[in-house]
Design a protein around this ligand. Structure first.
Ligand code: ZN
Length: 414
């Protein structure tokens, strides 16, 4: 932690804790028995003792109780996309989201209805238009008439949009794709290269609760075709923590939950050590930037499930399914049914979507069981042998309307 950042962190902490408008942090810390001495300026080691806050902490307070500035300073109000199925968090902000990542000379962008992308591009000098994938024909017509040369979307949204495009739309005109909202797999990048050969693909990361866009790929990372990002030093201080105990991960490589402190001044609601629910790890530097490089791995709620003796991870399943791309589509759902009634063991069911030539689903279930690791020394098959859960079954994923939202790939059913 640089001195510079340390000063910013200290400032945010003092402003929030001593706020005349909101007692949020004083309340939350008091409940946790965390005592803040008068005039406290946390050192680096002390910083890590400050309790983390979660979405649950936030939603217990109405937005009027959480506003850290006078409501007179408010410029607008927006709601979160609410994908986590928790109550929608109503945010107040008096600062514009910023996109200051690579622009590839794009001038007109289409993004889809997510609150986070509103207001972003105007400040970056890119005119924007909002599409709605519930109305694909109108959206595609709008894209053509607005002559977009950039798209801001999640990879799932981009797939839906691309499928709806008419032949008259020349995809070679797209110069920039700003990806966010969910992890883009290697397969996703291949899809982008096939359909949008001239686009620079920039990953960005932000959350509703932290009020903005905090991380994106630099030009060099984007050109390498990764979805790695740097956190913008002036925007947020990132930490990775391990498990429920708030142990801070300092090393490269280890996966943890991303915890953010937002450093913007005059924030309507400063978040301090906020547990985002998103998983990330630091990776070895691939570019010349001085900031750490992060890989975002998905959401604890969408891409992970604990099972006896281990953990299911969507990117591990992606790895195992990769050789079968000619036979199955890239989307999958892995369902975990927890024991109920007479069924005493958890049951695992993998849903995949076959391509035209089809695949033998029971063989696929066998391969996945043998190959998919759920812990350092354990595969699904070895867990079944040890009587921890029932054998994995594989079924066809029902064909439905393609989802335009964030995709859940691992689902647990109680
Ligand atoms: Zn870089």
């Amino acid at each position: 932690m640089e001195n510079n950042t340390n000063d910013s962190l200290g400032r945010v902490f003092r402003e929030a804790y001593g706020s005349e408008y909101s007692a949020f942090y004083r309340d939350v810390y008091a409940k946790r028995g965390f005592v803040v001495p008068e005039g406290w300026r946390p050192t680096k080691q002390q910083w890590f003792t400050i309790p983390t806050i979660s979405k649950d902490d936030l939603t217990q307070y109405g937005y009027d109780k959480r506003a850290f500035r006078s409501l007179d300073e408010l410029e607008w109000v927006y709601t979160s996309s609410g994908t986590s199925k928790r109550p929608v968090v109503l945010n107040l902000r008096n600062r514009i989201f910023e996109y200051d990542g690579p622009k590839a000379q794009a001038r007109r962008i289409m993004f889809f209805r997510t609150s986070l992308l509103f207001f972003v591009y105007a400040k970056a000098g890119i005119a924007s238009v909002s599409g709605d994938l519930n109305y694909p024909e109108a959206t595609v017509q709008l894209a053509e008439e607005f002559q977009i040369d950039a798209i801001g979307a999640s990879i799932s949204q981009l797939r839906v949009f691309t499928a709806a495009l008419r032949e008259t739309f020349d995809k070679r005109n797209i110069k920039l794709i700003v990806l966010g909202g969910e992890r883009c797999t290697e397969d996703g990048f291949r899809f982008i290269r096939e359909h949008y050969p001239n686009a620079l693909t920039v990953a960005q990361y932000g959350t509703s609760e932290t009020h903005g866009m905090h991380a994106h790929s630099c030009e060099e990372l984007a050109r390498l075709g990764t979805d790695y990002v740097h956190f913008r030093e002036q925007s947020a201080f990132p930490e990775l923590i391990r498990g429920a105990h708030d142990d801070v991960i300092e090393d490269t490589g280890e996966e943890g939950e991303l915890v953010l402190t937002v450093l913007w001044e005059k924030n309507m609601f400063p978040v301090i050590r906020f547990r985002t629910g998103d998983l990330a790890r630091r990776v070895a530097p691939l570019c010349g930037c001085k900031e750490d490089t992060y890989e975002l791995l998905g959401r604890t709620e969408f891409d992970r499930a604990l099972i006896p003796g281990g953990q299911l991870k969507s990117e591990e399943l992606e790895r195992v399914l990769a050789p079968y791309r000619d036979s199955i589509h890239e989307d999958f759902e892995l369902h975990v049914f927890l024991p109920t009634g007479s069924v005493r063991l958890p049951r695992l069911e993998l849903l995949v979507r076959s391509r035209r030539q089809g695949i033998n689903l029971s063989q696929l279930a066998e391969v996945v069981s043998k190959e998919m690791r759920v812990g350092p020394e354990r595969t699904i098959a070895s867990g079944v042998e040890d009587g921890l859960y029932l054998p994995l079954a594989c079924q066809e994923l029902p064909v439905g309307k393609p989802s335009a939202g964030k995709r859940k790939r691992i689902l647990t059913h109680e």
